[in-house]
Design a protein around this ligand. Structure first.
Ligand code: GNR
Ligand code: NI
Length: 175
């Protein structure tokens, strides 16, 4: 297993649109295992393949406190979403240190394939529903900051680019 590099906003690769998974083989299982290790290490409650520069329709979620409830969604589709909306203070491993309110449907029903390519359906609410929608956005190349005002988004972009520059400087001095 390996911990993968998580792309950071505003990396343009975060905006690539993921392609459907067509082959359910050992390579796919290895990507999922590495993504799970990366998510638990971060730590985060979800991770989309796009965030680790794999542009395939694959996401994982574990909202348990005990890190023993890994859910894998391949080629996910929203079958139904509620008219009722909920606001959640979202964060993202690709936008470190930034949290802000995002409004989304409170409940969703999703169809996806499991690691063996077998279809399943799940209805979700609460944090799981938020996560599914947040991760599915990643697969479409969309980051949660795109729901915020252009002013907020630009402030976030500037802050992260400055942090990036400072990190580069620190790394260079250490070499
Ligand atoms: O770890 C994460 N926490 C989180 C909190 C509120 C709403 C969404 C999330 S997902 C995030 C991990 C991540 O960036 N997934 O793409
Ligand atoms: Ni995210």
């Amino acid at each position: 297993m390996a911990i993968l590099n998580i792309l950071r906003y505003p990396d343009p690769r975060l905006h690539k649109v993921a392609k459907p998974v067509t082959v359910f083989d050992a390579r796919l299982k290895k990507i999922v295992a590495d993504m799970a290790e990366t998510m638990y290490d971060a730590p985060g409650v979800g991770l989309a393949a796009s965030q680790v520069d794999v542009h395939e329709q694959l996401l994982i979620i574990d909202t348990s406190e005990t890190h023993d409830d890994l859910r894998i969604f391949i080629n996910p589709e929203i079958l139904w979403s509620s008219a009722e909306k909920k606001i959640y203070d979202e964060g993202c491993l690709s936008v470190p240190g930034i949290y802000d309110d995002v409004e989304r449907p409170a409940q969703v029903t999703v169809r996806a394939l499991d690691i063996n390519g077998k279809p399943f359906e799940i209805s979700a609410d609460g944090l799981l529903a938020v996560c599914i929608q947040h991760e599915m956005d990643h697969l479409k190349g969309k980051i949660f900051v795109e729901y915020l005002s252009p002013l907020k988004r630009n402030r976030i972009k500037t802050k992260l680019l400055k942090e990036e520059r400072e990190m580069q400087g620190t790394a260079r001095r250490q070499r």
